[in-house]
Design a protein around this ligand. Sequence first.
Ligand code: GTP
Ligand code: MG
Length: 310
Amino acid sequence: MKDLEDLKGVGPATAQKLREAGYVSIEMIASSSPYEIAETTGLPIELCKNIVEQAKEEIRIDVISGYEMYKIRQKIGKITTGSKKLDELLGGGIETQAVYEFYGKFSSGKSQIGFQLSVNVQLPEDKGGLNGGVVFIDTESTFRPDRIVEMAKHQNLDPEEVLKNIYVIKPQNSEEQIIAVEKLDYLLKDKNIKLIVIDSLTSHFRADFIGRGSLSDRQQKLNKHIHNLQRYAEKYNIAVYFTNQVMENPGIMYGDATIPIGGNVLAHAATYRVYLRKSKDEKRIARLVDSPNLPEREVIFRITSQGVSD
Ligand code: GTP
Ligand code: MG
């Protein structure tokens, strides 16, 4: 979907007026009355009529039959995490056409699971993989090729081949991250990519938008970014795995006050949401907190020298 600035007659100043009045997307403009927009923004009515008309033309309604949908859903593939317990929690592994958020404190295992999936997706189907490649978006500079080598050897895969099938992108800020994802189409098409990892989704956004004034701007950008990921998951039959940082919710006095950052926008971004906690030594606890079809429960897995296991 285009930005407000893509409408004819809408420059930066007009776009700002519209956004400040709450008309943040083409969809919102298309579904509003020009008179209402003129009144709340102070923009001339002729301009408002014109942009509502343009916005309506921009909105495409995609129709597919239930049968087509059924055929598309039949193509869903699964990637093993390396732990049977964790796979079970997720209903048999990480699925394509879905988006997964794993959040938790430092050392809880978010990055390790991202690495393990990047190796496992390259396994043949009878071993829990999809014979596919990976796009790894490394925003925290924590991607470790040597760890991939270790995990690949344990799976009896050729470490060099495994590394060659992982396309690493290192965006330096949120703007670069957004653009990198917008430009992924060609890679996803040409390289048989079956998994996108983003570790982490939020750190650049958190650093680049500081202060309350910029919060709505951040949420808008994040929202669009996530929509792009969801679109890829369906369009190319890909699994999307992203990690997220946490903060303490000051409103909770008792029990675990750890919540993922990103507010409302992220709360609905992922198809499945998993909360990771550190336990003793190698042990980690995974809790499925949000899923369209599976119960909320916890399992224990391990992170060992060989990778993610039971
Ligand atoms: P942050 O990115 O700091 O928020 O943490 P994270 O959740 O991404 O943690 P990560 O996945 O990096 O997990 C780190 C934990 O995995 C460490 O505390 C180690 O216990 C384990 N780990 C990481 N690398 C190795 C390794 O090469 N060998 C072994 N045996 N364990 C490792
Ligand atoms: Mg990490």
